[in-house]
Design a protein around this ligand. Structure first.
Ligand SMILES: *Cc1c(COP(=O)(O)O)cnc(C)c1O
Length: 255
């Protein structure tokens, strides 16, 4: 033990240099986790989750190379996409969406990661057809069996993918999940394995295109990569600790 104060777990980034450091640190951890799993770091996409971060700071992150941005709430995402329209950013909406907000996603998003109902799929498809465009989507699965979490039940996922096949504007890229919030890493990994097994089953039935796995956040992305993640969604480790409680994003979450 030393007398030095510990580096904060999620250091706050306020300059281009800070962002460059945090991003480099996360990328190094991604590479190390990939190597441990016998995978290539190139197989893992780093989606930078910028929720609650205002546009001024986002510009610094973008200058440091953060151009693949994820936002949980569609109104906030749409505002940022409009204000930063001159920037070369790919916008991903990663949070629960009400059917009546489908048109907002279609207006600006490149990707939607929380598809979890046929009603929503139809609303998106309808708006996308009208706009003459497609959308990359991930199907969200509730792998932690918590009542409060959004997403399909694992047992319903294959039938859902089957049904999605007829919505041509929705390009299914894979499955997405939020693991259990616990320090018990074995239980966290169990969630990731459930998602991977479902993906494998979907592949056997030819239901899932590239079959990506969006799983892992600041607290658990290394375990997710070891379990096969192809997209990690990292916010706090890049932007700094958030003051907004996570219950704001995931109803029922007590942390
Ligand atoms: C906020 C959020 C993340 C990132 O969480 P961090 O702890 O900031 O890394 C990942 N996925 C979803 C769906 C989120 O809302």
């Amino acid at each position: 033990m030393t007398d030095q104060p510990a580096r904060p777990q999620y250091p706050h980034a306020e300059s281009v240099e800070d962002f460059a450091l945090n991003i480099a640190d996360v990328r190094a951890r991604i590479a190390a986790a990939a190597e441990r799993a016998g995978r290539s770091a190139d197989e893992v996409r780093l989606l930078q989750v910028s929720k609650t971060v205002p546009e001024e700071r986002l510009l610094l992150a973008i200058q440091a190379g953060a151009t693949d941005l994820g936002e949980n709430k569609v109104q906030e995402a749409k505002r940022k996409a409009e204000n930063l329209a001159d920037q070369d950013v790919r916008w991903s909406v990663i949070g629960h969406l009400q059917t009546n907000k489908a048109k907002d996603v279609v207006a600006f998003a490149d990707e939607f990661q929380a598809l979890d109902s046929i009603r929503l799929a139809d609303a998106l498809d309808h708006r996308l057809q009208a706009a003459g465009r497609g959308l990359d989507v991930f199907v969200q699965v509730n792998t932690s069996a918590e009542e409060s979490k959004f997403g399909l039940e694992p047992a319903d996922t294959l039938a859902f993918l089957e049904e999605l096949r007829h919505r041509d504007s929705l390009r299914v890229q894979g499955l997405m999940t939020l693991a259990l919030f616990t320090s018990d890493t074995e239980r966290v990994r169990e969630c990731f394995r459930i998602l991977r097994d479902l993906r494998d089953q979907a592949r056997e039935r030819d239901l899932i295109g590239p079959g990506g796995l969006s799983m892992g956040m600041s607290g658990d992305f290394e375990a997710a990569i070891e379990e096969g993640a192809t997209v990690v969604r990292v916010g706090q480790a890049i932007f700094g600790a958030r003051s907004t409680p996570d219950s704001e994003y995931w109803p029922g979450f007590a942390g």
